[in-house]
Design a protein around this ligand. Sequence first.
Ligand SMILES: [Zn+2]
Ligand SMILES: [Zn+2]
Length: 412
Amino acid sequence: MIINADLHIHSRFSGATSDKMNIKTISLEAPRKGIDVIATGDCLHSGWIKEIKTCEIIDEGTFEMNGTRFILSTEIEDERRVHHLLYFPSFSAVEEFKKDIESKSNNLESDGRPNVHMGGEEIASLAKDVDALIGPAHAFTPWTAMYAYHDSLKSCYGDLERYVSFVELGLSADSDYADKIKELNRLTFLTNSDCHSPHPVRLAREFNRFEVRDATFDEIKKAILRIGGNKPILNVGLPPQEGKYNESACIKCYTHYELDDAQRRRWKCSCGGRIKKGVKDRINEKADFPEPHHPDHRPPYLHLIPLAEIITKAIGQHTPFTQTVTKRWNEIVDVFGSEINALIDVNIADIAKVTAPAITEAIQAFREKKVIIIPGGGGQYGKIELPSKKDGFIPISLGPKDKQTSLFDYSK
Ligand SMILES: [Zn+2]
Ligand SMILES: [Zn+2]
């Protein structure tokens, strides 16, 4: 069977997260996005574990609520500030691992994403002891990421390097970026939302599509390891330019800089702020190949712009967090079942029947890859612009029966 899985989120027990990151809300929002499996995040936190335990138990490592499956995961920050993602086979594995790191952490019970006074190799070794999977989270981000502080997997994980089976690309990178680095070729690429809110513009803004026999931890583990016929068949994510750290830019005024210019200025912006090296520049620095070398096992990468963001632009709102955007989003998702269906699969003429012409045209522009993206950097997300006729965009002409826009009044 084919499943969609978002394998990195944070609960309300992590810093700077929404109160709505509770298991029930997540379980109800996931299918609206088209997601079958969510990794819980924060599974070392007692409060969150208690909440996960309110789910129905499918097997030792798989839980379910409202039809959404959950597997146990956490993110950990090591002593060099590198973030690691871990996936556990059972509650007992979580408990055992937690005991092993208890004396090395002072915020295990206060932060869903704890810090530990250990290096990557030590953490990987404890993960291996309990049969957990481990890999670097958002590997190229200019802080709290492996390539921000290390030049190689070996430098981060030492002798446990071969135990690492995946790398999470992060919002500012895709497979074309990451496959310029030779040592990553053998790894499975994971694309996850790392969301702190269940809002549809955040949850599952990146996800993985796997071929598995069942939506369980064991089967997903096999897919990540690519054994027994299981495998990732698609990575889905934002265009990398939409990420917060795509280009090198000032973290104070967000002025963008070319790499050599930033180096000449010693990473100091003319405003006095610090310039943060973008993921694009970091990868080009690290690159073994000028062009991506995709190994045979690498699945295609689909660039997705969240529907709420497309609607926001189409109807001229300033943020996707308004009631108007939510209403339009619901109108579409109510009819087509999930966001992914509406964005990718449904006939554009059918979309025209349930929403405003401007929104239909914006979805069409997205499908035709004509949405214009202004790159992000320095901690500021990239922005999207819709194309006009002068950009060569021609809306499809719909028959009169496709234009039943009188269903809703979009003039207000
Ligand atoms: Zn992180
Ligand atoms: Zn500046």
